[in-house]
Design a binder for this molecule. Structure first.
Ligand code: ADP
Ligand code: ZN
Length: 718
């Protein structure tokens, strides 16, 4: 007799799936089950028929079905595909899809309301409960006890006496339905045209669209029209945002248009709320989900549209665990579900822009800001000519512009993408630079905390009085500016001005930063000094001057995407000025005003920049004209790491159209006490880069003390 078996995939890094006997259960692909593994019971998902590789006599049985909705076939297929694409264990990808499910208990809970009987014995405590129960509402035992100020034993007594009766209620209330007709804006003709195109795409199966328009042109309002149409048709929509900080503001925006908040899903959404959204996605009651990367893996019953807002944002790239780009995975998810995906940006990634230009993606544009707002006037300040005074960082023209802006009672934003006081401390006797003992990085000075800190591993020390190398006393000097140092300069120049810092720092944490940003919006701040967290999403009506302290920052280093990212950031920051009625200007301090990137920013000519960048990349065979995969090897044991890397280099298969570089020290050659080496695989565009990497690694798996990360389509070369 043959035992019927199934293969069960377990979330996590273990190989698998594993075979189990059905144990009398009726099991289909996607069923969530409990299975024995060693001495434990673990949760897994039925992945298909058994492979028959394990003898029947040794086959263990599935213990039972778990009270969770089955994963839709499409999700299982998506997990399979994504594991293949990212060269990751399937179980690790499955974990993304199951993460919030497990926290969820059953579908109903037991509550109590006033029953038919009177208790035989009445006490004052019992009386309090029954008085409260006159409202007829059902509550948990703990809620009754708290409400009436009595012990749970009292409540139990009333239940036993039949004075309170139990009712089963659904554990989760269904989320409210967004109303597509709640509010209509009168769209401009250009906006209407774009909205109609997006709506028409809903009838066409899979398509990918770049929604390309300057900040403030109404991209959000127009894609909301497509979301409204999905709601009318009864489907579900997903809006992916790059950062949690942006979700908060987005919720209000959504509520204004649709009358209620959508389901929110990201790593800050915890416990029962996570499970609630997971179930609501799976039974279709979550009509619209707004979230970060992880919301892509919810088990949607009927997903009909994905929007990726700020599609160029590097925060969509998950750099740990399963390494993936949520935008690229979302495109595949849409393809598998046969529905449209819309990628919105004012500064599209080069990949998406090239795809749109070559006709693989549709390209819709909104050319102008909505209403009276105009794009700011951008000027370059040549730091070689207009030098700031010694030990200062604001050049005379920028200083004058800030002065004028203060006179007019308007606001200034000074942008510098560097936390802390100074990025480097250096001995002026011997030139020694103070480095992190665990990472290849300099320690950053934070003056408010009077500490030198590593931004990679968190190592901290006091600023030394004498040089650790040559011993000279009082020789260690702060070099270069961070936002704290700019604040010091500004306060010195304009002691009366109201100044605040917004940065993602321990001292200026998320709360202080939110407060600073809110205060800026209300006019409570004259000069705001911020890192990149001020670059996106915020609207400051009275902000008319943006000063970029160091426009060249970010251009050095060997990263092929550095220029693209710098352009996006500078464009976005400059765009903060003059978003309301008043015209704005942006002044960029640079040492290389003739660089075409600076020229393009000043001229507001994004496409000129992208065209030339694309030509460079095509010539070099860089993405999107060729493909990259990075292998990063790290270990605390350097000799072991080097030996393995040498063996791996020797084992690289030979293939036409494929070059392997390395091993070379990674850009962060040491990180958190581990040495890091990197291989880079560069191939032609149509090369099956994943197969190559799989074949290569299969021949030589890493020893236990070496960690190996595969990054397909790497975004940064850290
Ligand atoms: P984007 O997403 O391109 O940055 P938004 O959709 O956020 O642009 O629009 C910018 C601002 O202009 C928002 O405050 C929005 O409500 C407003 N807006 C855009 N289009 C209209 C319109 N047709 N009628 C009224 N306000 C609009
Ligand atoms: Zn460190």
């Amino acid at each position: 007799m043959t035992v019927q078996s199934v293969s069960v995939l377990l979330p996590g890094g273990a190989p698998g799936p594993f075979d189990y006997a059905k144990g009398g259960h009726d099991l289909k692909r996607g069923d969530v089950v409990s299975v024995p593994l060693g001495r434990r019971e673990v949760t897994g998902v039925v992945w298909g028929p058994g492979t028959g590789e394990v003898g029947h006599n040794r086959l263990k049985s599935v213990s039972g079905l778990i009270d969770l909705p089955k994963l839709p076939d499409l999700i299982c297929d998506f997990v399979d595909w994504m594991a293949g694409y990212t060269v990751s264990p399937k179980g690790n990808v499955l974990a993304l899809a199951l993460r919030s499910a497990e926290a969820g208990p059953g579908k109903t809970k037991l509550l109590f309301r006033r029953g038919a009987l009177e208790p035989a014995r009445m006490t004052p405590a019992r009386q309090k409960v029954l008085a409260a129960a006159a409202d007829g509402l059902a509550r948990s035992m703990a809620e009754w006890a708290e409400m009436a100020g009595v012990s749970t034993a009292t409540v139990k007594g009333l239940i036993e006496a039949g004075a309170l009766e139990g009712v089963e209620v659904p554990l989760f209330r269904a989320p409210p339905d967004p109303d597509p007709e709640h509010m209509h804006l009168l769209l401009s003709p250009a906006q209407r045209g774009v909205a109609d195109d997006l709506i028409a795409a809903l009838d066409g199966g899979f398509s990918a669209t770049l929604l390309d328009g300057v900040t403030g042109s109404g991209k959000t309002e127009t894609y909301f029209e497509a979301v409204a149409e999905v709601l009318r048709r009864g489907g579900q929509a997903l809006i992916l945002l790059p950062e949690i900080a942006l979700t908060h503001q987005f919720m209000d925006r959504f509520e204004a248009r649709f009358g209620c908040r959508p389901c929110e899903y990201h790593s800050d959404v915890k416990g029962p709320e996570r499970s609630r959204v997971w179930r609501a996605a799976s039974d279709g009651t979550a009509r619209v989900v707004v979230g970060a990367r992880s919301s892509l893996f919810l088990p949607y019953a009927d997903l009909k549209l994905i929007i990726v807002d700020e599609e160029h944002d590097s925060a969509f790239k998950q750099e740990e665990g399963v390494i993936y780009h949520a935008r690229d995975m979302a495109v595949m998810r849409a393809r598998m579900g046969d529905f449209p995906i819309v990628m919105a940006s004012a500064t599209p990634s080069l990949e998406t822009w090239v795809n749109a230009n070559q006709g693989r993606y549709r390209h819709l544009t909104l050319p102008a800001r909505f209403g009276a707002a105009v794009m700011p006037d951008v000027q370059l300040i040549d730091l070689r000519r207009d030098k700031p005074p010694s030990q200062r960082f604001l050049s005379p023209p920028l200083e004058a512009a800030i002065e004028e802006t203060l006179q007019r009672k308007e606001q200034t934003l000074l942008f510098l993408n560097r936390r802390g006081y100074a990025p480097l401390n250096i001995c002026h006797e011997c030139g020694h630079r103070i480095e992190c003992p665990n990472c290849s990085a300099w320690l950053v000075e934070h003056r408010f905390r009077s500490k030198l800190t590593c931004h990679h591993c968190g190592y901290e020390r006091a600023k030394p009085h004498s040089c650790p190398q040559c011993g000279t006393a009082n020789s260690i000097a702060s070099s270069g500016p961070g936002v704290e140092r700019i604040a010091e300069e500004v306060t010195h120049l304009w002691p009366e001005a109201r100044v605040a810092i917004a940065s993602s720092d321990v001292l200026h944490g998320p709360k202080q930063t939110q407060e600073a940003l809110a205060s800026m919006a209300e006019g409570g701040i004259d000069i705001l000094i911020g890192t990149q967290i001020v670059a996106k999403g915020h609207n400051f009506p009275n902000l008319t001057l943006v000063g970029v302290v160091d426009a060249d920052l970010g251009l050095s280093g060997g990263d092929p995407r550095a220029r693209e990212r710098t352009f996006q950031l500078l464009h976005q920051v400059a765009g903060r000025a003059g978003r309301a009625e008043k015209p704005g200007r942006a002044l960029l301090q640079t040492h290389q005003p003739e660089d075409r990137l600076m020229q393009a920013i000043a001229a507001g000519d994004r496409d000129a920049f992208l065209t030339l960048e694309a030509e460079d990349r095509e010539r070099l065979g860089f993405p999107p004209f060729g493909r990259f995969a990075a292998l990063v090897l790290s270990s605390p044991d350097e000799p072991l790491l080097e030996a393995y890397a040498r063996d791996l280099a020797a084992a690289a298969p030979l293939a036409e159209g494929c070059t392997v570089w390395g091993p070379a020290p990674a850009l962060m050659a040491r990180l958190r006490g581990r040495t890091r080496l990197r291989f880079l695989v560069k191939t032609q565009r149509n090369f099956r880069i994943q197969d190559f990497v799989r074949e290569w690694l299969a021949a030589l798996p890493p020893p236990g003390k070496v960690r190996l990360n595969v990054d397909i389509d790497p975004q940064s070369f850290l």
